[in-house]
Design a protein around this ligand. Structure first.
Ligand SMILES: [Zn+2]
Length: 247
């Protein structure tokens, strides 16, 4: 309880100080509320004469599990409204990039059985049995994006490039490694870092190196190279077959 209160105080003070270092700080309160169905929030204020004497922020309960930076971002958005300013901070950018993913927010979906199985293994081997299962699915056949973790939907998507034409796994180990990488995103979430490498922080990279097979990334690259080559050959032989019909 004690910790909660001081954490809230910290978030509020940081948000305010960064925007208005020279302004006298009014009394600041923060509550998490069930009233909001989405990632929403509002602010109420009291005035004495022209001076704002207290601000009470209500944020959706969902923000409680969000990184401090995102919470600071939403509070700063609200502060800008109250004081009619337009000051932008990196926390606000973080918050708005987070919110941009909300439009396609959906309920927890059905997970793929193979990914579930691999998740259970990884959970025991690398996460001390203490990471919640996100929604796990295969997505488009992409050579470029092998995996993705969506923070808001809590969903990991793995490229179907690792599956054959009948949707059977070609290389279980490769899928497992990509899944491991994405689970690390779930574990580390947004961390304090400069904006560009907030996803792959030093701590993230250190965890990544703990994977038992140090050569796995070059093996995957080799696999992708061969796969690309085969696809090109496939296209080529299709063309040849078509030609045969004509000649
Ligand atoms: Zn990544």
């Amino acid at each position: 309880m004690e910790i909660q209160t001081s954490l809230k105080h910290d978030i509020l003070t940081k948000a305010f100080q960064e925007l208005y270092p020279n302004k006298i700080r009014p009394k600041l309160n923060l509550e998490y509320s069930n009233r909001f169905s989405h990632y929403n929030g509002n602010v109420k204020f009291e005035k004495f004469g022209r001076e704002i004497t207290s601000l009470t922020f209500s944020l959706s309960k969902k923000f409680k599990d969000c990184e401090e930076e995102i919470q600071i971002g939403v509070i700063q958005e609200l502060l800008n409204k109250v004081y009619k300013t337009k000051i932008q901070t990196s926390n606000q950018s973080l918050y708005s990039s987070f919110v941009r993913h909300l439009t396609n927010y959906t309920k927890k979906g059905e997970s793929h059985h193979l990914l579930k199985e691999l998740f259970e293994e990884l959970k025991k081997e690398y996460f001390n049995d203490s990471i919640d299962e996100p929604t796990l699915r295969f997505g488009k056949r992409s050579f470029r994006i092998l995996g993705n973790y969506n923070y808001v939907k809590d969903t990991i998507t793995i490229s179907s490039i690792f599956l054959d034409e009948d949707n059977l796994p070609l290389e279980r180990d490769f899928i497992k490694y990509v899944l491991y990488h994405e689970l690390l995103h779930k574990k580390h979430k947004f961390r304090k870092a400069n904006f560009n490498n907030m996803h792959h922080t030093k701590e993230f990279r250190e965890d990544e190196k703990k994977y038992f097979d140090g050569d796995i990334e070059s093996k995957i690259k080799l696999f992708l190279g061969k796969r690309r080559l085969r696809e090109e050959l496939d296209v080529f032989s299709k063309v040849k077959n078509t030609l045969k019909k004509f000649f």
